[in-house]
Design a protein around this ligand. Structure first.
Ligand code: S3P
Length: 168
């Protein structure tokens, strides 16, 4: 693993970015930045509250600020970038720069749907989760690909195995 660059995990909701990022950060002894958690820390509100009170566009701005600040930090971190981070053109441009190594964790929409059942911070999946995930899968694939240095498929793999693939 390149010691001077941030390691960023991108991919759709439910793919396991946060869990894998935590495992990788522990192994590398690096700080962990989870963009959803960092937005919540900065605002003192949950992702769901921000969506409900300020709307998605405001959340996307906060998210882009968190990504920019995390990538600007001198100490190399492991960054779990929430599923919608790649919607921002500015964030994609930062992710393509040499200071970040970006891994796209990908899975089939069916697996993602099984995994997102018990989560509260995903208001976009409140209605028609299967259709929404499928649509996001179709719409965002090209954006993840645009920023990714490496693509890791997570289907039928354990967290330890995925973390190992990311580290390799
Ligand atoms: C979103 C992903 C979520 C969260 C919000 C919107 C998205 O994060 O930021 O519900 O648009 O893909 P995770 O990818 O960590 O679930």
């Amino acid at each position: 693993m390149d010691p001077d660059r941030h390691l960023v995990l991108v991919g759709l909701m439910g793919v396991g970015k946060s869990t894998v990022a935590a495992a990788v950060a522990k192994r590398l002894r690096r700080p962990l930045v989870d963009t959803d958690r960092e937005v919540e820390r900065r605002t003192g509100r949950s992702v769901r509250e921000i969506f409900a009170e300020d709307g998605e566009a405001a959340f996307r701005e906060m998210e882009a600020d968190v990504v920019r600040d995390a990538l600007a930090s001198e100490r190399p971190a492991v960054i779990a970038a929430a599923g919608g981070v790649v919607l921002s053109e500015a964030s994609r441009a930062l992710l393509r720069r040499p200071g970040a190594r970006v891994v796209w964790l990908c899975a089939t929409p069916g697996l993602l749907h099984q995994r997102v059942q018990r989560s509260g911070h995903r208001p976009l999946l409140d209605h028609d989760p299967v259709g929404t995930l499928q649509r996001m899968y179709d719409e965002r694939g090209a954006l993840y690909k645009e920023v990714a240095d490496l693509i890791v498929s997570v289907d039928n793999r354990t967290v330890a195995d995925i973390a190992e693939a990311v580290l390799r």
